[in-house]
Every structure is written in C-alpha cells, then in structure tokens.
Design a protein around this ligand. Structure first.
Ligand code: GUN
Length: 284
C-alpha cells in the first residue's frame, strides 16, 4: 500500500479563506480581531514560529503585535504586560511563545492570560473545559488535527487511536478530543513498554514525541492513518517529523508530510481561535 498524502497546506489555505470572510464580517461591525504575541529570549525556532504566525495574521486581516523581552527579563514585567493586554479592547488573543527561559515560571505566566483571550488554549480553565466535554478555546495543534480528520472524511468513532506523547500542548488535549468523538484511545510515552504492541493496533496514530524517525512502517497496522506532529531539525538543517515517511507511507493508507502537514494547520487554528475569541467578545 502506498499512502495518500493528507495535504495540510491545502486544507489550511481553505480554512484561512473562510477565516478572511469572518474577519471581514467583524470589521464591518467595527471590530478588527487582534493578536498579541509575546516572544522572550532568542530561541531561533521560536523566532520562525512567531514570524509565521504574525504573517498569517496579516494575510487574514487580523491585527497583530509582537512584544519582545530579553532572555533575562524578570517575570514581573511579563505579567504586567499580560495584565495590560488582558484589558486592551483591541486585543482578542494573547500567545506566549514557548519554551520560556528557565528563570521564568511558564505555568504561572500562562495562567495569567485571560481565559477568553487564551488562543493557545493552555489556561487550566480552557483545558478543564475539554475534560468536561464543553470545549471553549482549545490548543491549536490538536484542533488542527481534528479538523484535518474531519475534512478528509476519516471516521473516528469506534476506532483505535494511539497518541504518542502526553504533553499539555498536544498529547493530552488530543486524547481528550478523540475520546469526545468516540475513539478508543491509548496514550503512550517514551517509557511505554512494548510500544509496538500498541502502535500495531492503531487505526489512527498520532506521533507527538519530538524524536526524528521514532515511528517506522514496521510499527504500523496496514491501512492506518498516520498524523505526524513532529517538527525536528536535523544537523544539516532539514526538517523532519517523528515518523519515518518512506517506510510508513508503504504501510499507511493516509499520512501527513513534514513540512506541509500538521504545522500549517496549527497556524490556521491560531487565527481561527483569535477570530472566535473576537466574535465572542464582540457579541457581549
Ligand atoms: N511552542 C511550541 N508549540 C507552541 C504552541 O502551540 N504555542 C506556543 N505559544 N508556543 C509553542
């Protein structure tokens, strides 16, 4: 079997076109959605992610502003900025780019973002809302993956889904969202024993471990749907996922590429969450 590629770039483009229309409807009512990005330190990957996010805002007609801090900045200054942005009527979404420098308490900082402006969905009240089955703003990567599965007509209910990775950003919310759609979900991590026994049962496999080539074709059930969340930079500079694409695409029925897969969806969902937040705030 040779897998069909799930084209994240094409799906994300369609979604962004739809978002432009929602932005225009808001602008007609006097509301331009606004996103504030906070970038702390000089992590080169974070620089690229934030640049891509602000570029996507401009393309959708969303106002964006970038707030930068040096790597050694005190936590108090970041919290003060977030408090100001929480109260700023021109800002509907706030994102703090991760990872943060080690002297900063990421959990504390993320919890100060107002729940209604938390477009990353990392605030505990937004994460708890997923657990309760009443999602509000949800993390962009798992939201992008659910949207991809839906757009591709991939059934979730009753199927075995295996999530590799248990992060708050991807693995845990992903598992909860798959549970909500009726999948039988197994969450594995880097210490899972006999990993292959789990992956070989997966109708849908989500790889989010951050290790290049962690999953290969011999670990897959024939015909599985493989979603690769990994964005790993190899020593030569090439980007690669968590899945060995060459062997996996011989076993899978559908597979996402890296780049051009999940990453594009994540950025589209950030814009979607910002527009949703603006629509909710404007409706009040
Ligand atoms: N760093 C890696 N992924 C993400 C993400 O989805 N949001 C933010 N804010 N930082 C990240």
């Amino acid at each position: 079997m040779t897998a069909r590629i799930i084209d994240g770039s094409a799906i994300a483009s369609e979604i962004r076109a739809g978002l432009k229309q929602r932005v225009q409807a808001l602008v007609a009512r006097g509301v331009r959605p606004g996103l504030a990005a906070i970038l702390i330190g000089d992590n080169p990957a974070s620089e690229v992610y934030v640049r891509n996010k602000t570029r996507a805002c401009a393309e959708a007609g969303v106002h964006s502003e970038l707030h930068r801090f040096g790597a050694g900045c005190p936590e108090r200054e970041v919290i003060e900025l977030i408090s100001r942005l929480n109260a700023d009527a021109a800002i509907h979404g706030i994102l703090v780019q991760l990872p943060l420098p080690p002297q900063l308490d990421a959990e504390h900082i993320l919890q100060t973002v107002a729940a209604g402006k938390d477009v990353d969905g990392f605030n505990w009240s937004n994460l708890g809302a997923i657990v309760a089955g009443h999602p509000r703003l949800v993390p962009c990567t798992p939201l992008g993956i659910m949207t991809m599965l839906e757009r591709e007509g991939i059934a979730v209910e009753g199927r075995n889904a295996v999530v590799l990775g248990r992060s708050v950003i991807v693995g845990k919310p992903m598992a909860l969202m798959l549970i909500a759609r009726g999948a039988t979900v197994t969450v594995c991590n880097s210490k899972t024993r006999d990993l292959r026994e789990h992956t070989l049962r997966a109708d849908i496999l989500i790889a989010a471990v951050g290790r290049p080539g962690f999953v290969d074709g011999s670990m897959l059930k024939s015909g599985a749907v493989v979603i690769d969340v990994g964005i790993n930079r190899l020593p030569g500079g090439k980007l690669t996922g968590d899945v060995d694409f060459a062997s996996a695409s011989q076993a899978a029925s559908r597979i996402t590429p890296v780049p051009g897969g999940v990453g594009r969806m994540t950025i589209a969902m950030l814009i979607a969450n910002t527009v949703t937040a603006a629509e909710r705030i404007a409706a009040v």
